[in-house]
Every structure is written in structure tokens, then in C-alpha cells.
Design a protein around this ligand. Structure first.
Ligand SMILES: [Zn+2]
Length: 281
């Protein structure tokens, strides 16, 4: 499932491709995504300019200059495909496509496609003042890579809970954008067991953990994200961060700290958790 670094890779690629372009055509093959695509999407953005593409948590946001925005989520298997000048025929799981031209050069055509075989994602248009738009972002916690991340609040939110640190980090209202892969990796680097209860971690532990979350995310963004299963980045290329994974998907492999232990996989909150039983306490 795409996490913050994968969505960042997609949104920055899309921003580069369509910023300042004008929408010329919108095609919707399927409206019944996780959230039903609004029928007005075609009329609302036709001939409208893209201001830019940004990211919040695991959501991509395409902002138009008429106070409307598209919000998309890649779900489990979603991808964004960009084409220039020559467009291939749409495929079975290409649910939405948008074509663009440059303001002064109608020949410079760009198209992107929202492709999502498993349809756990969504792609929809909202007026920026609409409550449905604001509600998407209402309960999201701070961005892990924001300037002056509130480490002390982060610590207090974790320390008052008797849940495991793994499930607290998955909680998007405590910190946004993290998922299974980067949580397993950060906890390994911070030498904290995924089963440790939040209330048993002190400010020093949490500050150190936060520094490792930052480190892992920055490195993953630099490598274009992780490609596990069928997620690919916006240009269709695979991300290379999987070469750097220390624990995720490494069950029964040697711990990279040379502690002579093997990486263990357990089921936690219904999902796989990977960790070193010797290094992580
Ligand atoms: Zn180890």
C-alpha cells in the first residue's frame, strides 16, 4: 500500500507534468470507486488551469484556479500514469483520465490516467469550501516532514496510551502518512519493539524514534519510494527503496545489525509486523 514517500513521488511527478496546464478533456470510465466520482467533474474543470499538485498524508490534491480541487488516494494498487503527445488506448482499470494543453501551445498535449485494479482508492472533485472536502483532512495528525514537527505533542499523545507503539503510529490522527513498511523500518532503527506500549516510552525514546521516522522517509523519497507488489511511481518506474529495507519482508533473514538473530514476523492488529527480537526492546 502506498505510503507517504510513494504518494510524495507521485504528486511531485504529477505537479511537474501538469502545473499551469489547461484541462481539455476529462474521461470517466467508472464512477463507482471507493467514493463515487461526482458527475460534475467534467463540467467543473473543463478549460480550467491547474495551480499545482500537492500531498497531505497519503492523499494527492490537484488544485485548480476556480476554487475546486481533485483529491485522490491510491488505495492498495492505484497508479498515476502520465503520457505526452501520443496517447495509448485506455485499459480496463483506467477509471479516470484528464487531458491538458499548454495555454499558448495547443499541440503540447499531456494526459494522466488514474488506474486502480482493486478499486480501494478514489478520485473525486470538491469545491474548496465544501465540508466533504474539509472532512477528508479534518482528523489528520501532523506531517512527519513538516518544519518544526511538534515532537513534544507527539510524545504526549503516545505516552498517554496503553496501545502498542506500532498501532499508535498507524493512527493517522497521531502522525499522518505512515503505514506498515515505514513503521516497521523506523522502529527497527530506533531499537523499539513494535509491541512496546506507548505509556512505557519516554520523551527521549520518542524524540529518537521521530528522528528515525524522518530519516527513513527522506531516504525513501530520495529513492522514489518502495515498490512492493504492484505499486509503481508516476513515470511507471519502480522505486528503489526496497533495496534498503532492514526488516520489512525480511522474515528469517539475518538482522542487518549483525546481532546473529533472524528477523521475525508476527501478526499484530491483523497485519504482518517485522522486527529483530534481539535489537528491538
Ligand atoms: Zn538484530
Amino acid at each position: 500500500m502506498p505510503e507517504l514517500p510513494e504518494v510524495e513521488t507521485v504528486t511531485s511527478g504529477l505537479n511537474f507534468a501538469i502545473k499551469n496546464l489547461i484541462v481539455k478533456k476529462v474521461h470517466v470510465s467508472r464512477y463507482d470507486l471507493r467514493i463515487t466520482v461526482s458527475k460534475k467533474i467534467k463540467s467543473v474543470v473543463n478549460n480550467v488551469k491547474v495551480i499545482g499538485v500537492t500531498r497531505r498524508a497519503k492523499y494527492g490534491i490537484i488544485q485548480f484556479d476556480n476554487h475546486y480541487s481533485v483529491v485522490f488516494h491510491l488505495g492498495m494498487s492505484g497508479r498515476i500514469i502520465i503520457e505526452r503527445n501520443k496517447f495509448k488506448p485506455l485499459q480496463k482499470h483506467d477509471h479516470v483520465s484528464m487531458e491538458f494543453i499548454e495555454q499558448n501551445n495547443i499541440k503540447a498535449k499531456v494526459r494522466f490516467i488514474f488506474r486502480d485494479p482493486r478499486r480501494f482508492g478514489f478520485f473525486n472533485i470538491y469545491q474548496n469550501e465544501d465540508n466533504n472536502y474539509k472532512n477528508i483532512f479534518k482528523n489528520l495528525g501532523p506531517e512527519p516532514l513538516q518544519k518544526s514537527f511538534p515532537v513534544k505533542d507527539f510524545y504526549e499523545n503516545i505516552n498517554k496510551k496503553i496501545s502498542s507503539i506500532k498501532s499508535l503510529l498507524l493512527n493517522q490522527s497521531i502522525i499522518s502518512g505512515l503505514g506498515n513498511i515505514y513503521i516497521c523500518e523506523s522502529l527497527f532503527l530506533a531499537k523499539i519493539s513494535p509491541f512496546t506500549l506507548g505509556c512505557n516510552l519516554n520523551l527521549k525514546d520518542i524524540s529518537y524514534l521521530y528522528s528515525k521516522i524522518e530519516e527513513v522517509l527522506n531516504k525513501a523519497i530520495k529513492e522514489g519510494g518502495t515498490t512492493i507488489q504492484d505499486h509503481k511511481n508516476v513515470s511507471g518506474e519502480i522505486g528503489y527503496f526496497q533495496n534498503y529495507l532492514s526488516v520489512y519482508n525480511r522474515e528469517n533473514n539475518k538482522c542487518k545489525n549483525n546481532c546473529k538473530s533472524l528477523i521475525k514476523r508476527d501478526i499484530q492488529n491483523g497485519r504482518s509486523t517485522y522486527y529483530c527480537p534481539k535489537c528491538q526492546k
